[in-house]
Design a protein around this ligand. Structure first.
Ligand SMILES: [Zn+2]
Length: 268
């Protein structure tokens, strides 16, 4: 994970993008339908950590989840001490990402677009076109992606979110686009986490039943997280039991939201 300083205007934009609807998610329901497609568009292997409980929940409910990683994480330090870098590091990180998704119950192999790590901003147009093609192929009902703050202010995250938003707007695929958000820290090692106001959150998912899967998925990233980070995440996952989202685009998706997230409370 590459961490960079965030831009303050991004935070302001995010705060003012409030949609005054709050769904609170409580219990699980039995699977009623199989195969509803969900596409998750991320910048780096390990970014699924920010939404891992929700992915485990949706997987349990029978959703067909496709995760797209724009880069393969080839620009980070190798925390295993083996000195992996470049293509060799990317290859291992792709394997780690697949193992993490399997820990969350996701059957489909991830899709890697292999944009150079740290250089998504150089490829936004190409990325938008690639995402348009993917959305046309997958035809997901719901898309989960980064909002303008990128959760950590990472520029790869922000540019991935921008390309996702544009692709969503240019296609008929997808009823619902959720932006990941956080009011409290979701990742222990990120010193540049960007937090949103409680008022900005539209959807709060209770992931308390998926702590073991979240920890297992995090542990899959040997090259990214040293032992101290994995211990810290284990503590965090046991205390941080919700994941939060902002509803960025909603094309008559209220029934979908209620079906999968058990919206017990709707505030206006
Ligand atoms: Zn990342």
């Amino acid at each position: 994970m590459i961490i960079r300083k965030h831009k303050s205007w991004i935070t302001l934009f995010f705060l003012f993008s409030t949609i005054p609807i709050l769904f609170e998610c409580e219990s699980k329901k039995p699977v009623e339908e199989i195969g509803e497609k969900i596409c998750v568009i991320l910048a780096h292997p390990d970014d699924e950590t920010m939404v891992s409980g929700t992915l485990a929940l949706l997987s349990t409910k029978g959703c067909d989840i496709r995760v797209v990683y724009v880069t393969s994480g080839d620009d980070g330090p190798d925390e295993t001490g083996q000195g992996l870098h470049g293509e060799s590091l990317a290859k291992v990180r792709e394997q780690e990402a697949e193992a993490a998704l399997q820990a969350l119950g996701i059957q489909q192999s991830p899709i890697f677009l292999k944009v150079p790590d740290g250089h998504v901003s150089d490829r936004v147009d190409d990325l938008k076109d690639a995402l348009l093609n993917l959305l046309a192929d997958i035809e997901p009902v719901m898309i989960i992606g980064f909002g303008p703050d990128g959760m950590t202010g990472d520029w790869d995250h922000t540019m991935t979110g921008l390309a996702t938003d544009v692709a969503f707007d240019l296609t008929d695929s997808g009823k619902l686009l959720l932006h990941m958000a956080q009011t409290e820290r979701l990742i222990p090692i990120s010193e540049t986490s960007v937090f949103v106001s409680e008022l900005a959150v539209d959807l709060r998912v209770n992931v308390a039943d998926y702590t073991a899967q979240r920890v297992h998925a995090f542990d899959a990233h040997h090259t990214q997280f040293p032992r101290r980070a994995r211990i810290a995440y284990k503590v965090l996952a046991h205390t941080r039991k919700t994941e939060e989202f902002i509803i960025s685009r909603n094309r008559n998706a209220e029934n979908f939201l209620r079906k999968y997230f058990d919206a017990g409370t709707l505030k206006k």
